[in-house]
Design a protein around this ligand. Structure first.
Ligand code: AMP
Length: 186
């Protein structure tokens, strides 16, 4: 099963993706995690990406498209994966369409997690204090929210148009939200 999960920063995409991958026995591919590993390794991609990530800006599309294309072409992805944090722009969504088509993969569902905006900012500020993530400061959080609404939210229509969008309420307890997601996938 090939899926993707989207939603504004702080909605719990990563947490839910991690639980869903266990339940469905598929891979969880987070472009944020991949990029953070590149930054940590101080690779050429990482050094470049950090300049954007630290300000809550999107890393350029061509870099993301290359990373995801390489990753989903690997054998371990044949059985299924859940993309988390990709695509985030229309060119990325079109790039994903193209690359999946070229390797014979079929995107079954785009899950959109929704929640109250103020609650999300609170959650992220708390996460920043706990995890020390350099992009979880109030100013950067606001920038990431703004970018989500400007650049990523239009993808909802893109996937709605394809008839594979499933909107799921992302508020409440973690296990409850997981159940809601599994329900829409049935
Ligand atoms: P995330 O962990 O998904 O919140 O991603 C953290 C940061 O990585 C984002 O704020 C971006 O700077 C970068 N990033 C992750 N995924 C993408 C993507 N699909 N396109 C552009 N930038 C991305």
């Amino acid at each position: 099963m090939k899926l993707l999960i989207m939603g504004p920063p702080g909605v719990g995409k990563g947490t839910q993706a991690d639980r869903i991958k266990d339940k469905l026995k598929i891979l969880h591919l987070s472009t944020g995690d991949i990029l953070r590993a590149e930054v940590e390794a101080k690779s050429a991609i990482g050094v470049d990406a950090k300049l954007y990530m630290d300000f809550g800006k999107l890393v350029p599309d061509h870099i993301l498209i290359e990373i995801v294309k390489e990753r989903i072409s690997k054998d371990d992805c044949e059985n299924g994966y859940l993309l988390d944090g990709f695509p985030r722009t229309l060119p990325q969504a079109e790039g994903l369409d193209e690359m999946m088509h070229s390797i014979g993969h079929d995107l079954e569902c785009a899950i959109s997690l929704t929640a109250d905006e103020d609650e999300l900012v609170e959650r992220l500020i708390k996460r920043g204090k706990e995890s020390g993530r350099s992009d979880d400061t109030p100013e950067v959080i606001r920038n990431r929210q703004k970018i989500y609404w400007e650049q990523t939210a239009p993808l909802l229509d893109f996937y709605r148009g394809k008839g594979i969008l499933k909107e799921v309420d992302g508020s409440g307890e973690i296990p409850e939200i997981t159940e809601r997601i599994l329900d829409v996938l049935k």
